[in-house]
Design a protein around this ligand. Structure first.
Ligand code: IMP
Ligand code: MG
Length: 180
């Protein structure tokens, strides 16, 4: 698996340190209103990040799963985001935190945030581990961001190429010849 990576971009140690900082920031934000908090991970890219993050959030929460498909392999060209599996819990008047792996073109999170906003949550925030600064649209603001990265295709720590590499513990750049 490691042979498929051109280089490591963010090590597992750097990730753990940053996830702890993010959890502290999230805890501070929700300190007075943890009652009714619903975490909505966007599947499947956020699974590993989610597991590490929520174990550092010391309050009661519900987790509502949502699956979105963005129809693409290794390109990061805009794809059309499609809801594959909707939440099975009610978020009206709840504080909702959406968690995703990466904010790239923003198409996926725009669809998700629009959909959830219509359900009248008490508040709606967004947390992403990675953001591609060059491409992320200015009008789609992430409340919590782990790392701003350059515009390269990354895998590992939940991020995939054709559903592979999610289990790699670091975040690395895939060798371009593997997807060209
Ligand atoms: P967006 O809709 O363009 O913002 O892309 C969001 C989704 O595309 C993410 O949730 C990922 O599943 C996928 N994605 C975007 N960039 C990458 C990448 O560099 N590696 C792996 N997946 C990516
Ligand atoms: Mg994803």
């Amino acid at each position: 698996m490691q042979n498929d990576l051109a280089r490591i971009l963010i090590t597992r140690e750097q990730i753990q340190k940053r996830v702890k900082e993010m959890a502290d920031a999230i805890s501070a934000t929700y300190a007075d209103r943890t009652r009714g908090l619903v975490i909505v991970p966007v599947l499947a890219g956020s699974i590993i990040f989610l597991a590490d993050l929520i174990r550092r959030l010391p309050f009661k929460m519900k987790i509502g799963l949502l699956t979105v498909s963005s129809y693409r392999g290794a390109t990061t060209k805009p794809g059309s985001a499609r809801l594959v599996q909707d939440l099975d819990l009610d978020i009206k008047d709840r504080h909702v935190l959406v968690v995703d792996d990466i904010l790239d073109t923003g198409n996926t999170l725009r669809v998700v945030m629009g959909l959830l906003q219509k359900r009248e949550p008490a508040s709606l925030r967004m947390c992403v581990l990675l953001r591609k600064t060059a491409k992320a649209p200015k009008d789609l603001v992430a409340d919590f961001v782990g790392f701003d990265i350059e515009d390269v295709f990354v895998v590992g720590y939940g991020l995939d190429y054709n559903d592979h590499y999610r289990n790699w513990p670091d975040i690395g750049v895939l060798r371009p010849e593997l997807y060209s």
